[in-house]
Unconditional design. Structure first.
Length: 386
């Protein structure tokens, strides 16, 4: 197959792969798996077909765009490093992500990634990092895995972002594709309840980040917005204050502060729609379908379920405002939903989109990796443009 492709000056992907996707060109060539993510800035290379498609399915479910997907299979002619090199020059790709189990030429991988990361982030979901994983990789793709310590050291030198968890892989992919990099490590936390703030503070320490110290001016501004018994410190415990305009003003006050590089907002998204659902259910139980208090809606049969929007208009407006704030201040704002959501990416119509996560600790971890990459660019004398 390689000889025939060479003879006719053709490029051969695979064999034994799940195919390719180029969403901007509406090319979805993934065989029996019908996956059609919307176009986006992240492009993916995978040495595993089924894992790559599972990641694509996750992206599609979260409404996150993927520009290109390449399943490299057995890499008879073109390998994963070739595609990373290609995506470096692709004008529609702003973030390069890859699932890799092994590589034949570590020096070449390091050189390609070093050239690429000064312009675009490279995220690698790495398999074969343990002795068990190395044996599994050898039987799966025949991959020759390297020393874990050597690989991690090379990754740090090249600016590569390495993860071992598929959920974290998708989180950092979307964060880099849709949000600005933090200019530093100082994180402000706004939360509707105090317990979340404690756990997030611990994770911030573990991830090499810092709790931002709020200036007296910021404290004064927040005191004008919140009840007198608010925390008066970071994390900012808003003590369940969801009065119209208050969470919005709190977030803007924090992100505008010169002493803050990133903001995590916990519980605003999801809480307002949840309270509306509770009120509606109480009213239904009180009135019933025939108007009598406590009456059943039907003769012993539950009413037909009606589809409800996941978020209220106020929450959607809050998310859109956050995207606008990221445009204005070029700092990431990560929102944590109070309840499970199917959609994660919400466009604000500008350079950046809001990314809603299901867990505050996951938000801290991605901000830690974004701050690492931002620091790497600074050392190289580069700053990523919007």
């Amino acid at each position: 197959m390689v000889a025939i492709a060479d003879k006719y000056d053709m490029a051969l992907v695979g064999p034994n792969c799940m195919g390719v996707i180029s969403a901007h060109q509406k090319l979805y060539a993934t065989g029996f798996m019908l996956v059609r993510p919307q176009p986006g800035g992240a492009s993916m290379v995978s040495q595993s077909g089924n894992l790559g498609l599972q990641l694509l399915t996750s992206a599609d479910r979260r409404k996150g765009g993927v520009g290109k997907f390449i399943g490299v299979g057995n890499e008879a002619m073109i390998d994963a490093v070739d595609f990373i090199n290609y995506l470096h020059d692709d004008p529609r790709t702003n973030t390069i992500v890859a699932y890799m189990e092994g590589f034949d030429d570590g020096r070449r991988l390091l050189d390609v990634v070093k050239r690429t990361t000064v312009d675009k982030p490279v995220v690698v979901l790495r398999g074969g990092m343990s002795d068990y994983g190395k044996k599994a990789a050898a039987s799966h793709t025949g991959a020759l895995t390297s020393s874990t310590a050597v690989f991690q050291a090379a990754a740090r030198q090249s600016g590569m972002i390495v993860v071992t968890d598929p959920d974290e892989f998708m989180d950092i992919t979307f964060a880099l594709a849709y949000m600005p990099l933090p200019p530093g490590k100082r994180v402000a936390v706004a939360t509707l309840g105090g317990g979340w703030g404690v756990l997030v503070s611990d994770e911030i320490s573990r991830c090499g980040l810092e709790l931002a110290e709020l200036s007296p001016g910021v404290i004064d501004s927040l005191s004008k917005l919140l009840p007198p018994f608010w925390s008066h410190a970071n994390p900012v415990d808003m003590v369940a204050t969801t009065t119209a305009g208050v969470p919005e003003a709190v977030v803007e006050t924090l992100v505008a502060s010169e002493g803050v590089d990133a903001v995590i907002v916990m519980g605003v998204v999801g809480s307002m729609s949840e309270s509306q659902r509770a009120i509606a259910e109480i009213e239904e139980l009180k009135a019933g379908s025939d108007g009598r208090p406590g009456a059943k809606a039907t003769d012993g049969c539950p009413p037909a379920e009606q589809a409800e929007p996941e978020l209220s208009e106020r929450e959607l407006a809050f998310i859109k405002q956050n995207a606008g704030l990221m445009d204005r201040y070029s700092k990431p704002i990560a929102n944590i939903s109070q309840r499970p959501m199917s959609q994660a990416i919400f466009s604000g119509g500008g350079r950046y989109s809001s990314f809603v996560l299901p867990s505050p600790l996951r938000a801290v971890r991605i901000l830690g990796k974004m701050a690492y990459y931002s620091g790497y660019l600074e050392k190289k004398g580069r700053r990523r443009s919007g």
